[in-house]
Design a protein around this ligand. Structure first.
Ligand code: SAM
Length: 290
């Protein structure tokens, strides 16, 4: 069993709470993430990952702190029975063909991939089984892009289950940097990377945006794929630009068609131009070049 603290609420309350809790738990080094889960309703989620043995204490410290700050957020301890999550996520998971890849669960190992590159994903608690339009869209677009370009430094920002990083590593057999703000995703990624035997290629790190030494060590990049929501993508435009080589390409997903103009404008301001926009299952994938 593992636990974490979780709350959903209005953007300002969640962001405010995250700022205070970051200060409160700075010395403990607990990871905190906050991100938009429903852009139209402006609902955000906050997750805090305390050391397992003091999860209850962390919850009461957090609640006391929020009360003092007059922030009302229904923070609670969430239990994750690990095995159940894994098996649940695999239930009914059928293989998904996307571009040059087929994403499948452990029960389909050995299937006929019809010439596609198999990527085995045990999603566990991380996003990215290939069943979501954003993931499938990225895989299709990357398959097309890699017919035209030969990137040397590749970053998968917001890797989730590491599905994109594994697909890229299997196809290109070269280093792929894969990062996520969520430590549970990074753990899940580590397992998936090992299962797919691409551990010599995929370098994982837990990082919020670009705040980690790995970006200096491995960047700047000539291909970045980031399947994150429109809001964070806009917020990170400057950092993405700073970590992209001149002429490098970025593949952005996690946005809806009506958010295209906002995201493109944010990246235009940073010197990118739009190469193409592809729709997959109601979601948009943008390819831009610096
Ligand atoms: C929609 S999932 C994409 C997962 C996978 N790349 C895919 O295509 O299926 C977005 C991921 O981005 C991560 N994320 C959100 N905000 C982030 C940030 N500021 N920095 C790094 N990762 C972030 C989330 O934890 C989540 O795992």
């Amino acid at each position: 069993m593992s636990h974490y603290l979780y709350a959903e609420g209005p953007a300002d309350q969640v962001q405010n709470a995250a700022r205070h809790l970051e200060v409160l738990f700075e010395e403990d080094g607990f990871a905190i993430s906050n991100f938009e889960i429903d852009e139209d309703a402006k609902v955000w989620a906050l997750s805090l990952y305390p050391a397992e043995e003091i999860a209850d204490e962390a919850l009461s410290r957090a609640l006391d702190n929020l009360k003092t700050q007059d922030i009302s957020l229904p923070l609670e301890k969430v239990t994750l029975p690990d095995e159940d999550w894994v098996s649940k996520s695999l239930e009914g998971l059928v293989p998904v063909e996307a571009g040059r890849f087929v994403i499948h669960g452990s029960h389909d190992v050995g299937m006929n991939t019809k010439g596609r590159i198999p990527v085995q994903i045990n999603a566990g608690q991380a996003f990215g089984t290939g069943h979501h339009g954003t993931t499938a869209g990225c895989l299709k677009v990357l398959s097309e892009e890699l017919k035209q370009i030969q990137p040397e430094r590749i970053l998968d920002l917001g890797t989730g289950s590491a599905v994109l990083a594994i697909a890229l590593a299997k196809l290109l057999k070269q280093t792929i940097v894969a990062t996520d703000i969520d430590p549970i995703s990074v753990e899940t990624s580590r397992d998936n990377v090992r299962i797919n035997e691409v551990h010599p290629y995929v370098k994982l790190a837990c990082a919020s945006g670009f705040s980690h030494p790995i970006f200096k060590e491995e960047g700047p990049f000539d291909l970045i794929v980031a399947n994150i929501l429109a809001g964070p993508l806009c917020d990170m435009a400057k950092d993405v630009a700073a970590n992209t080589m001149l002429g490098g390409r970025i593949v952005l997903s996690g946005l809806l068609p009506h958010q295209k103009a906002k995201v493109v404008a944010a990246y235009r301001q940073q010197g990118f131009h739009l190469l193409r926009a592809v729709e997959e299952d109601g979601w948009l994938v943008l390819v831009l070049q610096s």
